[in-house]
Design a protein around this ligand. Structure first.
Ligand SMILES: *Cc1c(COP(=O)(O)O)cnc(C)c1O
Length: 238
């Protein structure tokens, strides 16, 4: 387990690395948001991150994000849902979630629209694209992304802010580059096609082992877990 003061140090290191990568890519460091991915870690870890001034928190599981928000009712936190989202779980987060990164089918979009309308709230979302072609990964295929966005952009209570992807987990982070380039290409296609009311602005791509490559390829949101909190325990029954 990482000690609290280590979390602060880790955040600082990551911020430095983000800044360096941005400058190298000729980008402003403010153009990339650091999302601290706290899945499987407890409240204390999130508290430590907040104390460093990072308020973007990412979680993968509905039950976990709901519990953590109840335990840490800090209005400054922006809650990002980054895991696979089942339609029947949308109701638990629709009222307060700041950004859902993982919309990849019409059904979940319809449910978000329904809950958003009931709450009189516009829910911000990203469309998750499977850029690596790995069967184990969620996300719409790149070549089907335009069509999906065309369908779901008609919903007034769901606002598509951009695209998200998970790179392939290969030894060399440079091997994620084609996946990130694919996401950027689809992003540009969507904006050129004029099928969204407001142009897409976000590319959520890059994790602990490949975020500098993602920044080179235009990422605006990096989702970092391990490099902040340490390695996660595997969920094995013992
Ligand atoms: C767990 C997770 C992350 C963070 O991964 P690390 O490699 O620990 O930084 C980012 N995005 C998604 C979708 C995740 O599930």
């Amino acid at each position: 387990m990482f000690k609290p003061q280590m979390i602060a140090e880790n955040v600082k290191n990551i911020q430095e690395n983000i800044k360096t990568a941005c400058i190298a890519a000729g980008r402003s460091p403010e153009s990339v948001t650091l999302i601290a991915v706290s899945k499987t870690f407890n409240y204390n870890g999130i508290q430590e991150v907040i104390e460093t001034g990072v308020f973007d928190i990412g979680e993968n599981y509905v039950q976990e994000i709901v519990e953590k928000r109840q335990k840490i009712p800090d209005e400054r936190i922006r809650w990002h849902f980054i895991g696979h989202l089942q339609s029947n779980k949308v109701k638990y987060i629709a009222e307060w979630v700041d950004l859902i990164h993982s919309v990849d089918n019409v059904n979940v979009a319809v449910e978000i629209q329904k809950r958003g309308a009931q709450l009189d709230r516009v829910v911000d979302v990203l469309v998750e694209v499977n850029t690596s072609g790995e069967a184990s990964k969620f996300g719409v295929k790149p070549e089907e992304t335009l069509e999906l966005i065309q369908k779901i952009s008609l919903h007034p209570n769901l606002r598509i802010k951009g695209l998200m992807t998970v790179g392939p987990f290969l030894p060399d982070p440079g091997q994620s580059r084609p996946a990130f380039q694919t996401l950027k290409r689809v992003f540009d296609e969507v904006n050129r096609a004029g099928i969204v009311q407001n142009p897409l602005v976000h590319l959520s791509m890059g994790m602990t082992h490949d975020f500098t490559v993602a920044i080179e390829e235009g990422s605006t949101m990096v989702r970092i877990g391990t490099a902040i909190f340490g390695s996660r325990k595997k969920f094995t029954s013992n």
